[in-house]
Design a protein around this ligand. Structure first.
Ligand code: MN3
Length: 248
């Protein structure tokens, strides 16, 4: 090979490698943001972030979650988080409609953005992770990933239930796809979530459960574990599986 040819070949290979690096890093950065399903759940209009309609009636999750709880939880709590989130964004002069960008910089903002932004997002997902036709167990790719990660579906359920039951005070338990593409079960306090820069373990959520008392107290009073064990009758595994595929 002539010296000039060698130089040309090196240039081409170098440029190709750089292109691949850029392509790969852009995939990682936009994976969550562009995920198909989540972008239909979290949307904005001229008023800011939108609280979507519940995908079912208030009484649809009976007998596991009662209609009155759903009415208050969706109509008062979630609506309140949504309203206050948009107000807090306006107050802090945050103009982006990219919730991933907001969460990945959450430590720079005040508690109004953190608490209400989490409250808006976490509940928006939660309603979609449940269905009157839910329950059972996942199939295919997600089931395999759960078995690979946790040993069995039952072992996963136990781990997730335990994370939800032992979260001290208010918070959430999550199944996430972490930054390496692996499944993990984590819990967060208050309205924090695993997309926030302050999260101990970060990742993309594919299932969550609200363990604030307002989520279960009317029906279950202090029996959080009974609420958690009934939650498994409602899990919409189609949605969880679709979300899993969006993130891996
Ligand atoms: Mn709640």
């Amino acid at each position: 090979m002539k010296k000039t040819d060698f130089f040309k070949t090196s240039m081409i290979l170098g440029a190709g490698a750089l292109f691949l690096v850029l392509l790969q890093s852009s995939c990682v950065n936009t994976k969550g943001k562009d995920a198909a399903l989540i972008s239909t759940i979290i949307t904005t209009d001229s008023e800011g972030f939108v609280q979507k309609e519940l995908p079912y009636d208030f009484n649809a999750l009976e007998p596991y979650i009662d209609a009155k709880t759903m009415e208050l939880h969706y109509g008062k709590h979630h609506a309140g988080y949504t309203r206050k989130f948009n107000a807090a964004l306006a107050e802090e002069g945050i103009e982006t409609d990219d919730i991933y960008e907001i969460f990945s910089n959450i430590s720079q903002y005040g508690p109004g953005v953190r608490n209400n932004g989490g409250g808006y997002f976490n509940h928006s997902l939660f309603w979609n992770f449940m269905s009157p036709d839910g329950g059972g167990q996942p199939e295919g790719e997600l089931l395999e990933a759960i078995e690979d990660s946790f040993g069995s579906f039952d072992a996963f359920k136990e781990l997730f239930s335990n994370a939800a039951a032992t979260q001290f005070g208010s918070g959430w338990a999550w199944l996430i796809v972490d930054e390496e593409g692996a499944l993990q079960v984590v819990a967060t306090s208050n309205q924090d979530n695993p997309l926030m820069d302050i999260a101990t373990v970060k990742g993309s959520p594919i299932l969550n459960i609200d363990v604030w008392e307002h989520a279960y107290y009317l029906k279950y009073q202090n029996k959080r574990t009974e609420y958690i064990s009934n939650f498994w009758n409602l899990v919409n595994w189609d949605t969880v599986s679709r979300m899993y595929k969006d993130f891996v």
